[in-house]
Structure formats: structure tokens, C-alpha cells
Design a protein. Structure first.
Length: 364
């Protein structure tokens, strides 16, 4: 079934018959899947990304009665005549407030701030500002109202971002992901993380509860995004040492902001802290991080395995070669892990075999 790019219930829409042909094809909001890994989009982001995608690749605009060469001009004219994110964003704050007054509200800047205190989502706020869309006086419409709410929130409440501001950065990061733009991924997702820390209520201490607290329309799927971001940062850190501090900052920030998150997530991020300290060449801090994990997760053999790995399976700057002492410490940790319930014996024995080959080469 084709998905449609439209302006809510208006008569003008474009049917797109091949949603998977482009790297940034927007998803159908009514379905449960999307080409952005783990992401469904709010209407705010969906319309913006859909229009961007169509303008970038106009052959997907399906208007059989209009010659293909005229379709982009039609779309641009619709955008010019209609309310869009860019059009509302170019308006002065007072001009946006005047538009909201024209539809029957009495909001000024302070009134908007007071009203926003009751919401997490600007779109949810906007939906309470009008009755039936058809009763909104021209030139305004329901699209203007929710775009205005997001834009006013961005300007008037930067200290407490709305869910749409977080999602914009998440989605832009996934678009960069599709384009293999690592710098773009990190820039957008660092911005998303900064917004998320402020958007989640201070009493929320787990990522899972932040997901519940911030869900507006489709869920943000924060756990999936967190996994994706940490993997990107891990790859960057392993490829090039100057990137490692970004991973370390995200992981330590996470443990501080959401210390009551899922146990497996906290364990994984805790191991990432120790590994990254090793990559940075700080053996003392790496050992402290792993000792803390051993204390907090005494029955978890993967902690000992990760600790052992950090002595010889990560690239440590300033070290000419792996030492016999490093290998001996790693060997002791692997052997100890093998004696624990739940250890992946095949994996640990494979690492031990490789390590002992390294020991033989050092002796030779």
C-alpha cells in the first residue's frame, strides 16, 4: 500500500508507491515499521521529512495528471501557500502569538509558559487550543497551531525541551546514519542527549521511565536509540583514540542521569566506561571502573571477561607492545570467569587460546 504525504485531512496529497527506494524515505505514520532504525515519527517531524524527501527525489511524486517536470513546482507552490515549519520558524515570536490569538486563544509569552508546564509534548498542548479544525479562521489552520506550539516552546522554554525537539535531533541523526555521515550522527545525537536530559522530569531516573514520561504520539523508542548511539561511539573510539572522550562522556553522563535504568543497560554502559578508559591509556581508572562493576555485579562473568579484554584486545596509545604482565592479568580474569555460572565458555576458551598464543610469541 502506498503511503501518502499530506496536510492532515486536506484534499492535496501525493501517493508514493516505493517507500524503500531512497535512503531517507519517510515512513507511513500508521504502520509499525520505518526505514529509520527504531523510529516512528511524530506528525511534526513526519511532514517535514516527507517534503524534504520528495523535493530531493521528485520522481516519487505521484500525480498522474501533472507532467513530471511540473510536479516539483506544484509541491513548492503548495509549500509556499501552506503553513510549514520553515514559514512559522521565520515569524517573530509576537507574530506567532498574534496568530494564536486570531484563532481564539488569549496566550501571551508568560501564558504559554504556564500552559506548557502541564505538558511534555507541544503537539498535545496545541490540540487543546482549538475545537474543530474547520472552525479555525483563515489564513490559519490546525497545522499552524501545532507548528506554532513547537516553535514557541523552542524559544520560550529552552531549559525544558518538548518531546518534539528531542525527536527532531533523533530523526536527523538517523538520516545521517542512512547517509553514512558519522559526524552528522554524533552531532545530532549529542544534541538529542543534551535535550533529553533536560526534557525528562528530574524525578525520572531510568531511561525506561523517560520513555514513558516523554511519549507523545508514537514512542521515541529511547532504549533502541541509546543502543545505536553507544555502538556508534564505540566504533569511533576503537578506530581513533581522539574520539574516545565522546564515548566516555556519554556513558558517564548516562550513569549519572539515569542510574535506575535496566540492569543490563547499566552493566553494558559500565563496561564501556572501563574499556574506554583503557583505550585512553588510563589503566588506573579502567581498573577502578571494572572493580566497581565486580562489586555491583558479583555474579556477572561478563564483567571479568570485559576487564580481561581491556588488557590486550583494545588499542592502547603510547604502548609499544602488550606486556607479559598484561597477558598474565588477563589470563587470571578469564580463568576466574570460567568458574562462574552463566559464563560463555566457548567465547572465553577461544580468547584464552588466542592469549596463550600471544604469550608464546612473547617468550620466543
Amino acid at each position: 500500500m502506498p503511503w501518502r504525504v499530506g496536510r492532515n485531512d486536506k484534499e492535496c496529497f501525493w501517493a508514493v508507491n516505493e517507500p524503500d527506494v531512497g535512503p531517507s524515505a519517510p515512513p507511513d505514520p500508521s504502520t509499525s515499521s520505518a526505514p529509520f532504525p527504531g523510529q516512528l515519527l511524530h506528525p511534526y517531524v513526519y511532514i517535514t521529512k516527507a517534503i524534504e524527501w520528495l523535493l530531493a527525489d521528485p520522481k516519487h511524486i505521484d500525480e498522474p495528471d501533472i507532467p513530471p517536470e511540473k510536479r516539483v513546482a506544484l509541491l513548492r507552490e503548495r509549500i509556499r501557500m501552506d503553513w510549514t515549519i520553515g514559514r512559522v520558524g521565520a515569524m517573530a515570536t509576537q507574530e506567532i502569538l498574534d496568530g494564536l490569538r486570531a484563532i481564539g486563544t488569549t496566550l501571551d509569552a508568560d501564558g504559554f509558559r504556564r500552559l506548557a508546564a502541564q505538558y511534555m509534548s507541544a503537539i498535545d498542548l496545541a490540540e487543546g487550543l482549538f475545537g474543530r479544525p474547520e472552525d479555525i479562521p483563515a489564513p490559519y489552520d490546525d497545522d499552524f497551531v501545532w507548528m506554532a506550539a513547537v516553535e514557541l516552546w523552542r524559544r520560550l522554554l529552552p531549559e525544558r525541551p518538548c518531546v518534539e525537539m528531542v525527536e527532531e535531533e533523533l530523526v536527523d541523526g538517523y538520516l545521517a546514519f542512512e547517509d553514512d555521515d558519522v559526524a552528522g550522527i554524533v552531532a545530532h545525537w549529542e544534541a538529542a542527549w543534551s535535550l533529553l536530559k533536560r526534557a525528562a522530569p528530574v524525578q525520572v531516573k531510568s531511561l525506561e521511565m523517560a520513555e514513558v514520561a516523554l511519549t507523545g504520539h508514537p514512542p521515541l523508542q529511547l532504549p533502541d536509540w541509546c543502543d545505536d548511539f553507544e555502538r556508534v561511539l564505540e566504533d569511533m573510539a576503537l578506530e581513533d583514540r581522539p574520539n574516545a572522550p565522546k564515548r566516555l562522556k556519554f556513558c558517564t553522563d548516562f550513569l549519572e542521569r539515569f542510574p535506575e535504568s535496566d540492569k543490563e543497560r547499566l552493566l553494558s554502559i559500565g563496561k564501556a566506561v572501563g574499556e574506554t578508559q583503557a583505550i585512553l591509556g588510563d589503566r588506573r581508572r579502567a581498573d577502578v571502573a571494572f572493580k566497581t562493576l565486580v562489586r555491583d555485579y558479583p555474579d556477572e562473568p561478563s564483567v571479568l571477561v570485559a576487564w580481561a579484554d581491556s588488557f590486550w584486545m583494545v588499542q592502547i596509545p603510547g604502548r609499544d607492545a602488550i606486556t607479559a604482565k598484561d597477558l598474565a592479568r588477563a589470563e587470571r580474569l578469564y580463568v576466574k570467569a570460567l568458574g562462574m555460572r552463566g559464563a560463555d565458555h566457548d567465547d572465553v576458551w577461544e580468547k584464552l587460546d588466542d592469549l596463550r598464543e600471544e604469550q608464546k610469541e612473547l617468550i620466543a
